[in-house]
Design a protein around this ligand. Structure first.
Ligand SMILES: *[C@@H]1O[C@H](CO)[C@@H](O)[C@H](O)[C@H]1NC(C)=O
Ligand SMILES: *[C@@H]1O[C@H](CO)[C@@H](O)[C@H](O)[C@H]1NC(C)=O
Ligand SMILES: *[C@@H]1O[C@H](CO)[C@@H](O)[C@H](O)[C@H]1NC(C)=O
Ligand SMILES: *[C@@H]1O[C@H](CO)[C@@H](O)[C@H](O)[C@H]1NC(C)=O
Ligand SMILES: *[C@@H]1O[C@H](CO)[C@@H](O)[C@H](O)[C@H]1NC(C)=O
Ligand SMILES: *[C@@H]1O[C@H](CO)[C@@H](O)[C@H](O)[C@H]1NC(C)=O
Ligand SMILES: *[C@@H]1O[C@H](CO)[C@@H](O)[C@H](O)[C@H]1NC(C)=O
Length: 418
């Protein structure tokens, strides 16, 4: 704590004695003007600004300067030194000094603002929550974010951020919630990401390409959403390391292949498992019958085959089971009549005898004539078994992508992404 404060003070002094920063931004003029405002206000009846709020003031002015569209006029009251009165800015007593007010949260969700994140946001050393969902921020996440040592929630979802995975977030000691979905980040994911003690991370709808690392460490995540990226590779057996916390695993349309490892069935806390729209082959592992909390299971649009096992259909909490667009050829016991269990299901386009809307006999015969899938052979071969396999280009309407329930502490400042 003390070191953070002194870093901040150093920063501040650095700022006072150097115009270099803002010369770079062509913002010197407006800052100087605002500085005059500060003194004028303080000569009136307002309490003097503490140094931490003053730093926040500098950061927010620098930010306002690189906002070039604000259709709802959210930042139009970002003038003068009373930063706690700015729309979207939330102050709270400092953790290390309860008598000092600091900027602890920023919530600009759904503001539709266009602009950048300037380096000066690093002055907001007390920031704990930064929610920027559904804006038009672009560019990259500044390296100076490393100074936001108290940041616990970072939501950059549904913006226009680009570049590689913003590795700076891996250095934030307090971060527990990371939401990068619906941006244009690209390239590979750092393996350290999976070892961070995050509660939840959302990476879906970006352009990440790397496969899931084979040797996952012990994550503390309860929700992992990777949908709509081009991962490739398999779901590794080491996913079992997440068993003590993982409740929702969404790998929709991530180009994963190989068999589902039996270890998925050891993720005993899972309530949602969705691996649809991939190139997964082989059977449904019997181990899935151990997922006693599972409510939603979607394995549709893969190349899986074999039996739909009774143990899965009998899961006590299951309410929705989608296994359409595969090559299943038999249903065990209760699976034949999921209606009787009040389970919503989709069994279309398989090779199930006596069921409607199945694949043609020709398609099914062609599949049967292929040698059976040997999961010991195909799983997690580094080159990616599924590389040759293609499901063609299918289109999932956005509404088909389940929105993961939010398990982490209720949104503190505002509603999340719909
Ligand atoms: C924002 O401010 C501009 C100029 O003051 C005004 O023309 C516009 O109507 C305002 N927009 C909203 C949504 O209030
Ligand atoms: C900030 O808001 C508070 C409460 O709404 C108000 O009492 C105070 O005068 C405002 N300060 C300034 C400088 O606008
Ligand atoms: C961030 O902190 C580091 C060290 O803690 C310091 O060297 C650097 O100048 C700071 N940068 C900014 C822009 O805040
Ligand atoms: C069941 O799950 C499928 C696939 O995730 C989804 O499209 C469908 O809307 C769900 N149905 C209900 C009633 O929840
Ligand atoms: C499924 O079960 C329900 C009630 O449990 C029954 O009415 C229905 O006839 C059964 N359907 C089939 C195809 O056996
Ligand atoms: C994939 O294709 C390559 C050549 O394109 C072939 O050598 C290899 O056997 C194929 N692998 C599988 C699993 O079909
Ligand atoms: C799958 O994700 C890719 C991006 O990796 C996207 O271009 C494509 O539209 C998605 N496919 C479906 C069916 O949503």
């Amino acid at each position: 704590m003390a070191s953070t404060s002194s870093t901040c003070i150093l920063l501040f002094l650095f700022f006072l004695h150097s115009s270099f920063f803002f010369n770079n931004l062509n913002a010197k003029h407006s800052i100087t003007n605002n500085h005059k405002h500060l003194h004028r206000h303080n000569n009136n009846h307002n309490p003097p600004l503490n140094i931490r709020l003053y730093r926040a003031f500098l950061a927010l002015q620098a930010w306002k300067h690189v906002i070039y569209s604000d259709p709802h006029n959210i930042t139009s009251n970002w003038v003068g030194p009373s930063v706690c009165n700015y729309t979207g800015i939330y102050c709270a007593p400092s953790l290390d000094d309860p008598k000092t007010k600091v900027v602890a949260g920023i919530d600009l969700n759904h503001a539709d603002i266009a602009g950048f994140l300037p380096d000066e946001l690093a002055f907001l050393c007390d920031l704990s929550i930064l929610h920027l969902n559904s804006n038009r921020f672009c560019g990259i996440v500044p390296e100076t974010f490393a100074n936001l040592t108290r940041l616990s929630e970072l939501d950059l979802s549904n913006n226009r951020f680009v570049g590689p995975f913003p590795s700076v977030v891996l250095s934030l000691p307090s971060l527990v919630y990371l939401d990068l979905r619906y941006n244009e980040f690209e390239g590979s994911l750092p393996t350290q990401l999976f070892d961070k003690p995050f509660d939840a991370f959302f990476l879906n709808n970006n352009r990440f390409t790397s496969s899931i690392p084979r040797n996952l460490g012990k994550s503390k995540a309860s929700v992992m959403v990777f949908a709509n990226n081009k991962f490739g590779g398999c779901l590794p057996e080491s996913i079992v390391n997440f068993a003590d916390t993982l409740e929702e695993l969404l790998l929709i349309n991530t180009s994963i292949s190989g068999c589902l490892p039996i270890q998925v069935g050891f993720l005993y806390k899972l309530t949602v498992l969705d691996v649809s729209f991939n190139n997964i082959v082989g059977p449904i592992p019997y181990s899935l019958s151990g997922l006693s909390h599972l409510e939603q299971l979607n394995i549709g649009h893969n190349m899986m085959s074999g039996i739909v096992p009774m143990g899965v259909c009998a899961l006590p909490k299951l309410v929705n089971f989608t296994f359409s667009y595969n090559f299943f050829c038999e249903e065990e016991g209760i699976c034949k009549n999921l209606t009787s269990k009040k389970i919503v299901y989709d069994d279309r386009r398989n090779c199930l005898p006596n069921k409607a809307l199945q694949r043609s006999e020709k398609e099914c015969r062609a599949k049967l004539e292929q040698p059976p899938v040997d999961c010991f052979e195909v799983c997690c071969v580094e080159s990616g078994f599924g590389k040759n396999v293609s499901v063609g280009s299918v289109a999932i309407p956005p509404s088909a992508i389940p929105v993961a329930a939010m398990p982490v502490s209720a949104p503190i400042l505002a509603p999340r992404y719909p």
